[in-house]
Design a protein around this ligand. Structure first.
Ligand code: IVH
Length: 666
């Protein structure tokens, strides 16, 4: 019987349509409509027909995503439309200047800006001819790029055929190719397991994967694609970018769900804040926001330079990472004698701040990351956090030298003790080791402790060097003349110091406990202790067991507290403080049944309270404050521009109240 090729072609086309539709449900919408089994069945039917009739294989068939051919090279392709770059705004002022300039060119009260996340990936130009995916080219130098059609074809969210009965003859698009963080991490885990080199960040993997000669490898990397521009289309002439993006979305092309239109500077700033808040919870990395004029006619009026359009700007988030050389490692003695390795770096600017030192935590950390002197390292800085070395750039390792921990204290030469299983070393000479003495006094004077101002590290050091002060209780024996004798201290500043010392004498119990500087007793533990004992003599005579049993304290910290009060020297210091007039204020809880013993979390900003004030109120009424939402949280107090805690609380069904409702409760 003659084969009815037409019927088979029709069958093949219908199977392709079906599979492509289900691919879209599964990969793009994340809403599968059929089971994996059913999908596999349809796929196998198509495969078997195609292998029987190879001349009927369509280029947009899903079986063609991963070609079996190895590529020789990447052909050079000239871009029909140059691929421009974007001008960066590194701060609010640069963004405001860009915004203001738009109004010099366009006489209008309002200009619609289209706002999109700036994906940290690679720019690709993609062409569809008659609705069929035809080519993908890298940016290259903007004029000429490389043909990566076979590799981009493997990206599962890229439709090989557009969803349209009447597709444009030619559609040229701009997209970003990137990798999700979870895929990046599992790839690195795998590489590590196989003792192979790992990648520095998802962007590097995406770049490497696009330029693989074997598309099978590209396919295994599970790359993502998001479309952010329509450069030219032979049909459907749209008036603005938002219309174009909606149009391509209807064609089945993935665009970001975070895109939005902003109509004013205030709205643009709000968008920046919102996306920045979301940033850590996104499955992929973004490094800023792109603002583009929406209206195409305005774009033409404003024009472009040879490098970048003048109608768009990339608002860059503060970069928190930079690469530099690890020059040396020194070992510092901390307040409680802990020896900490500190990295001395070739100075580097990270997000506007010059960094020349970074924390290395402990020897375990150094070994785990295999950090050595002379290495090129990636340094991270987030907000006010101390910069730290994230990882080594192993590709650039030359003449590296192992870091050897000291055996004796670098300050007082006492042999070091190894504490705990981890490689943490401690100088046991609490009384005679100068850095420990100075830092203990500094801690005592700090804002959250006795809050004595004017006494910086160098003044404390000269007070100690000149034997005016041996421990913090001696501060209350100082007079203005003593202080004025110190180098360069004028009458006024020495008087300020004495005034501040005197006014620190009346102190809340929790601050007093914190100021003592007991190992691992921070402000939270100090608060718990102050509430539980509410009298110094009770705390000082607490037995080991009762301390260890306090919730949230645990045996190690309990031990530290107990041991502190066993040392005669500490008792003498406390006596001296009290006899110098230090007076402890004890806690008097105002009871509120809606607050007492409940766990509160705060997010956002408030009209009538600062965050510290809110914390104090909750504390005064007997509630507890914690920084993160968990199942144990009882109430979230939510203000303006709440962070991710808000969504988490909603998800966990935690009670949420606003400022007004809190006032009512109070
Ligand atoms: S629009 C004419 N939109 O950023 C400029 N670019 O620094 C067209 N990028 O080469 C670019 N996300 O690779 C645009 N939502 C987005 C983007 C985006 C990431 C990349 C793109 C571009 C680079 C410029």
């Amino acid at each position: 019987m003659p084969i009815d090729k037409n019927r088979i072609r029709k069958k093949i086309v219908s199977l392709i349509e079906k599979i492509n539709q289900h691919n879209y449900y599964y990969h793009t919408l994340d809403q599968p409509q059929i089971s994996d089994n059913e999908y596999d069945n349809i796929y196998l039917q198509l495969k078997s027909l195609e292998s029987k009739y190879p001349d009927l294989v369509e280029s947009h068939s899903p079986t063609q995503r991963v070609g079996s051919k190895l590529l020789n090279t990447f052909n050079k392709v000239h871009h029909e439309h140059a691929m421009l770059s974007l001008t960066n705004a590194s701060n609010d002022m640069e963004f405001e200047n860009f915004y203001a300039k738009l109004f010099d060119e366009i006489e209008s009260d309002q200009i619609a800006l289209y706002a999109e996340p700036k994906f940290d990936g690679l720019a690709i130009s993609i062409t569809y001819l008659d609705g069929i995916y035809t080519s993908a080219v890298t940016r290259g130098d903007g004029q000429t790029g490389e043909d990566v059609t076979a590799n981009i074809r493997t990206i599962k969210t890229l439709p090989l055929k557009l969803k349209s009965k009447n597709p444009p003859k030619k559609l040229i698009l701009r997209a970003e190719v990137f990798m999700n963080i979870s895929d990046f991490e599992s790839l690195n885990r795998q590489l590590l397991k196989n003792k192979e080199k790992t990648f520095a960040n998802p962007r590097n993997v995406a770049a490497g994967s696009i330029r693989q000669l074997d598309p099978k490898i590209t396919s295994s990397r599970n790359l993502q694609i998001i479309f952010h521009g329509v450069v030219s289309t032979s049909s459907n002439n749209h008036a603005c970018h938002s219309e174009s993006l909606n149009y391509i979305k209807d064609l089945g092309l993935p665009i970001s769900s975070l895109n939005d239109i902003v109509m004013s500077l205030a709205q643009a700033k709000k968008y920046i804040i919102n996306i920045n808040n979301l940033r850590d919870n996104l499955p992929y990395e973004i490094d800023g926001i792109v603002f583009k004029i929406d209206d195409y006619s305005y774009r033409i009026r404003i024009g472009s330079t040879s490098k970048a359009p003048k109608w768009a700007i990339a608002y860059k988030f503060i970069s928190a990472e930079a690469k530099t050389k690890l020059e040396n490692v020194i070992f510092q003695v901390g307040r409680t004698g802990t020896i900490t390795p500190v990295a001395i770096l070739s100075s580097i600017n990270i997000g506007g701040v010059t960094v020349s030192r970074a924390s290395l935590h402990n020897m375990d950390e150094i070994q785990k990351k295999d950090i050595r002197i002379n290495d090129i390292v990636y340094v991270k800085r987030a907000g006010d956090v101390i910069p730290e070395i994230d990882r080594v750039c192993f590709e650039e390792r030359h003449n590296s030298k192992k870091i050897v921990p000291p055996k004796i204290c670098p300050a007082c030469k006492t042999p070091l003790l190894k504490v705990s299983q981890q490689s943490i070393y401690r100088c046991p000479n609490t009384i005679g080791c100068k850095p420990q003495i100075i830092q203990t006094i500094e801690h005592f004077t700090s804002r959250k402790a006795m809050n004595i101002s004017g006494l910086g590290e160098s003044i404390i050091e000269s007070l100690v060097d000149n034997s005016y002060v041996k421990n913090y209780s001696d501060l209350y024996k100082l007079n203005q003349v003593d202080i004025m004798k110190l180098d360069r201290l004028a009458e006024k500043s020495s008087k300020n110091i004495i005034d501040s010392i005197n006014s620190s004498k009346i102190v809340d119990f929790d601050r007093f406990i914190y100021a003592l500087g007991i190992k691992e007793v921070g402000t939270t533990t100090a608060k718990i202790l102050s509430k539980k004992y509410n009298a110094l003599n009770k705390l000082m005579s607490a037995d080991k067991q009762s301390l260890e049993c306090i919730n949230d304290i645990g045996p190690i910290v309990g031990d530290n507290i107990f041991n502190f009060f066993q040392l005669k020297r500490n008792i003498v210091i406390i006596d001296s403080l009290l006899s110098s007039g230090v007076t402890i204020k004890y806690h008097q809880t105002k009871k509120n049944k809606n607050i007492i013993n409940k766990k509160f979390v705060i997010t956002g900003s408030f009209a009538n309270y600062t965050r510290l004030e809110l914390e104090k109120i909750i504390d005064n009424y007997g509630g507890n404050i914690s920084n993160s939402i968990s199942k144990k949280t009882n109430v979230l107090i939510v203000g303006n521009n709440p962070g991710s805690k808000y969504k988490k609380a909603l998800d966990l069904g935690i009670k949420i109240i606003n400022e007004k409702e809190l006032s009512k409760i109070l």
